[in-house]
Design a protein around this ligand. Structure first.
Ligand code: HEM
Length: 121
């Protein structure tokens, strides 16, 4: 089974992304990056992106990770510490949803694989 299926498919990924962004918006290390973001649209894009990244259906039509975040690096100083905080919020979310550690590690590895693109280097 794909990671997407093992996580519980569409309902599980959607629930996880909603909880994840609630955490992100309450996290003072990183919430300033989202000050001008439409969070409904953002959550929809993130659901589609993670669904694709986890091996589910590919309906992602947003920007690639470098283009999506380059302005944050340039104008707001997005760096590794912020990336680490995002990965931490994602892992905590999955822990709260009782996702097994082995699957959380796979999710973290996929998130990690985007780091250099997100940080434009
Ligand atoms: C935009 C995914 C890391 C903040 C996006 C989009 C996706 C995404 C799919 C939408 C792109 C589009 O608009 O077409 C990810 C993934 C990450 C990651 C998979 C790493 C695992 C981060 C980090 C931050 C961040 C570390 C800041 C702490 C944002 C913001 C936007 C964005 C502010 C733009 C929202 C807007 O246009 O208003 N990201 N992201 N992301 N991301 Fe990320």
């Amino acid at each position: 089974a794909t990671l997407y299926e093992q996580l519980g498919g569409e309902a599980a990924v959607n629930a996880a992304v909603d909880i994840f962004y609630r955490k992100v918006l309450n996290d003072h290390r990183i919430n300033r990056f989202f000050d001008n973001t439409d969070m409904d649209k953002q959550a929809a894009k993130q659901k589609a992106f993670l669904t694709m990244a986890f091996g589910g259906p590919n309906n992602y039509s947003g920007a690639d990770m470098r283009r999506a975040h380059a302005h944050l690096v340039k104008n707001l100083g997005l760096d590794d510490s912020h990336f680490d905080a995002v990965v931490e919020n994602l892992a905590t979310t999955l822990q709260e949803l009782n996702v097994p550690d082995a699957l959380i590690q796979q999710v973290a590895a996929i998130a990690e694989s985007t780091r250099n693109d997100v940080l434009d280097r």
